[in-house]
Write a protein that binds this ligand. Structure first.
Ligand code: NAD
Length: 393
């Protein structure tokens, strides 16, 4: 791609975003998106959020709570450049993620993948006297259940979504539970409401067929069929630090990663470091952060609570990788009504929920890598204090 002088100048200023004033940054983003400064102020201020819209978003509203909105440059994911929006109140999160993303981009950037957007609804039966019989009935009548559930949202079916599979999970004898799991393609949505609607539509058919009682129909936030991964690789010799050798630095990162695999207390904090970045992106995009965290922590328990990001050295190359379920959408929720979220989607230029999941995973990997890098060298306090103004307090 050929860049004009003006574009090259702009790109180099974006890479050094932290050294600009707030107004300078805003001007660059406005120029990049072809927007006026007023349009950005309108999107990120509260003027366009009228009281009526706010009152519908949650209950008992009396005002607006403000948080800073930042842009994290330097993210190169699958060879595409991203300006990643982040919202939050914790100092250093944006600086740390930017710093790690900058180093990673110099070595080819993040390589990310995401599964198709399959969410799972649980239709839970209770007091089931003959689970095997109920299980057999559900298996033999899958098509009828799928047909009935899919009637709930004809537009989703037109987009290629809907129930794709049904499985039945049983529990220890005597407990009386059976869960009918509907695997639903939610296309570009997060999908919680979609999935709940379809499950409620399908459940009377399940009750009729099995002659059993339904306890509840609800999505599981453990979106285990919807995993995203992001990884990077950097030659160890390129890892420069002031006080220790690059080999020692890589060794300490890997050692810290191994320790998190052995110690849940450490793993919990390492994962929190990853969610610093992921939640900040999720907030800027109006994504359900609680769902994101619930799924991530549940995934971390797959074999005893462990770290979501892992690091290793092979053939003198440091590899970092994150893997977790990410249920995030570019439609639905507040994405079409909140001006700030609309602005974030324009800034991020993601075209699908899958692409968004890859960006969120990469933000998690960047945040974790930066935190580990600081921890195994100068320590988190000294490193973070350099990055924010609270040291003056
Ligand atoms: P939603 O209810 O807004 O539904 C998505 C809408 O987008 C549907 O009407 C669908 O027809 C439409 N749509 C348009 N284009 C689409 C496309 N390309 N792909 C898919 N749908 C398309 O949102 P949702 O995603 O079903 O649910 C997300 C919301 O539900 C979030 O705000 C979340 O906080 C909330 N929620 C979460 C939980 C939970 O346990 N995590 C539970 C209930 C609700």
């Amino acid at each position: 791609m050929v860049h004009t002088d003006k574009e090259m100048k702009m790109n180099s200023r974006i890479k050094n975003f932290h050294s600009l004033t707030m107004n300078e940054r805003k001007k660059i983003i406005a120029q990049k998106l072809g927007m006026s400064l007023k349009e950005i102020d309108d999107a990120l201020g509260c003027k366009k959020l009228n009281t009526c819209a706010l009152d519908k978003m949650i209950e008992n509203v009396i005002g607006i709570w403000h948080l800073p909105y930042a842009v994290c440059p330097n993210f190169l994911i699958n060879n595409k450049d991203y300006l990643v929006p982040m919202v939050g109140y914790e100092p250093s999160v944006v600086a740390a993620a930017s710093k790690a993303a900058k180093i990673i981009r110099e070595h080819g950037g993040f390589k990310a993948k995401a599964d198709p957007p399959i969410m799972i609804a649980q239709v839970i039966l209770y007091d089931v006297a003959k689970p095997n019989k109920a299980k057999k009935i559900v298996s033999e009548n899958k098509n009828q259940i799928i047909k009935q559930g899919n009637r709930a949202l004809p537009n989703l079916i037109k987009r290629g979504g809907g129930i794709k599979n049904i499985t039945v999970v049983d529990y220890p004898a005597g407990t009386g539970y059976l869960a009918i799991e509907l695997e639903i393609d939610v296309c570009d949505a997060m999908g919680a409401n979609i999935v709940n609607t379809i499950a409620e539509y399908a459940s009377p058919t399940i009750a009729d067929l099995t002659k059993e009682k339904i306890l509840m129909c609800i999505l599981t936030n453990y979106a285990v069929k919807r995993k995203a991964t992001s990884e990077f690789s950097i030659p160890v010799c390129q890892l420069s630090t002031k006080k220790i050798s690059s080999e020692e630095f890589a060794k300490r990162i890997v050692s810290a990663s191994r320790f998190a695999g052995l110690d849940a207390k450490r793993a919990c904090t390492q994962n929190k470091g990853g969610f610093n970045g992921m939640d900040a992106v999720a907030m800027a995009l109006g994504i359900d952060c609680q769902a994101l965290e619930a799924a991530g922590h549940c995934y971390a328990t797959s074999s005893g609570y462990g770290p979501l990001c892992k690091f290793q050295v092979r053939d003198d190359i440091l590899f970092g990788k994150i893997e977790l379920p990410i249920a995030a959408g570019i439609v639905g929720g507040i994405s079409q009504t909140h001006p700030g979220v609309k602005f974030s989607l324009k800034l991020l230029r993601v075209e699908s929920a899958k692409e968004l999941a890859m960006v969120i995973a990469s933000a998690g990997l960047a945040s974790t890598t930066a935190a580990l890098g600081a921890l195994v060298t100068e320590g988190i306090q000294r490193s973070h204090m350099k990055l924010h103004f609270r040291k003056k307090l």
